[in-house]
Design a protein around this ligand. Structure first.
Ligand SMILES: NC(=O)c1ccc[n+]([C@@H]2O[C@H](COP(=O)([O-])OP(=O)(O)OC[C@H]3O[C@@H](n4cnc5c(N)ncnc54)[C@H](O)[C@@H]3O)[C@@H](O)[C@H]2O)c1
Length: 360
């Protein structure tokens, strides 16, 4: 059962830092936190294919933004010391598997050293009370089981991206066990493992939704790789709700809540790539599919067991897969076809989501 959580009471006027704020998830999170009345600070850097959403949402006017490379300890430390946030959401990453095969060094560098720097800064600070390190469902060692990974399952993705996220998990765990949650440093630190997220305004290359929408807009055939791969697709607001609830609970009770948390779909919501593309075509109103063979390795089955988050955080997904794809397709239709402002459409979708989730 969903608990009525007063997110706005908690986040109002809190100083929050989001790394990777110019990205897809970062832009939605910054918009949501602004609606909740938080004082949002954000950093972003390169590479970033999704900054269009960040600027379209006019977030430069709503938050305090700066360019900082999370690999640069000195600058990052200075920035954080100046801001003194009480909560950090660490999202900055090279987040694409495909790109990680082309740029393995860069992927490891950003995803590992960025996390390491954040951990070290938290270790030396007194003002940070809660931090969420965003990793991925891909951090688990593949077992092709359809049962769903549990938080205690073995870590270790095979491709560079997945391995870098498994490494970020280990770094966070080591800092947690060794330095946090004691008298000296009470900061609550957790990792959030979410699946593939969908939602309006994602313009990344080699991701199913943006690729599909761009093909539809240009009246071209939709090319899909791995049509039968199952993924726990979910709307971007679902894991963000998980991060927000977790950061709140951890802030109030770091000992109890600092650990690793899965934010996936309900068990019957794992859906194939092909099915998602078919839903988009349905909600868009037209379009055709073509399947192309994929040469790179990706896990065939990826499912998360979400019982721990449901039971202990009282977090649960609000929408099923069909509703999530509809909300996403509606966003693109309203912005691309009906020429509504992405800021307005995003705002309305967040308000609707809070209402549907019984959050206020
Ligand atoms: N989108 C998904 O489906 C998905 C699924 C699971 C996990 N994740 C994770 O969620 C997080 C956000 O993903 P996203 O989809 O919003 O990615 P994105 O590519 O849209 O955004 C990435 C952000 O990281 C920033 N960044 C990259 N390198 C940086 C650096 N060196 N210093 C500072 N900032 C840097 C970019 O500027 C951008 O703001 C990532 O950690 C990603 O691994 C995403």
């Amino acid at each position: 059962m969903e608990v009525r959580l007063l997110l706005s009471n908690f986040y109002k006027n809190k100083k929050i830092l989001i790394t990777g704020v110019t990205g897809f998830k970062g832009s939605w999170l910054a918009s949501w936190l602004s609606i909740l009345g938080a004082k949002v600070y954000g950093i972003g850097y390169q590479p970033n294919q999704n900054k269009k959403l960040f600027y379209d949402l006019r977030l430069t006017k709503k938050i305090n933004f700066s360019f900082v490379d999370v690999r640069d300890y000195k600058k990052l430390n200075q920035k954080i010391k100046r801001i003194k946030p009480s909560i950090i959401f660490h999202l900055a990453a090279q987040p694409l598997i495909y790109e990680s095969y082309k740029k393995p060094y860069l992927t490891f560098d950003i995803n590992i050293n960025g996390t390491l720097n954040i951990m070290e800064i938290i270790r030396k600070s007194k003002f940070i009370k809660s931090a969420i390190i965003v990793t991925s469902d891909k951090c688990y060692e593949s077992n092709n089981s359809t049962k769903g990974f549990k938080e205690g399952d073995r870590l270790g993705g095979i491709d560079p991206y997945s391995a870098s996220k498994a490494s970020a998990e280990l770094i966070t765990r080591a800092y947690n066990k060794s330095f946090f949650g004691n008298r000296k440093n009470k900061c609550g630190v957790s990792t959030g493992r979410a699946g593939n997220v969908i939602g309006g305004g994602d313009w990344s290359k080699n991701r199913l939704i943006p690729d599909t929408i761009i093909s539809l807009k240009n009246k071209k055939k939709i090319i899909i790789r791995n049509p039968n791969f199952n993924r726990p697709w979910q709307h971007v607001l679902e894991p963000l709700k998980g991060y927000l609830i977790l950061a709140l609970r951890q802030y109030n009770n770091p000992k109890k809540f600092s650990s690793a948390w899965n934010f996936g779909t309900k068990p019957n919501n794992v859906t194939s790539v092909k099915k998602i593309a078919e839903y988009i075509i349905k909600f868009w109103g037209s379009g055709n599919l073509k399947v192309k063979k994929n040469k790179i390795y990706e896990q065939t089955n990826l499912q998360l067991n979400i019982k721990k988050s449901q039971k202990k955080l009282k977090w649960s997904p609000t929408y099923n897969i069909k509703e999530s794809v509809k909300l996403t397709t509606d966003w693109y239709k309203e912005v691309l076809i009906f020429k509504k402002s992405s800021e307005k459409v995003t705002y309305n979708q967040i308000i609707k989501y809070m209402y549907d989730s019984k959050i206020n």
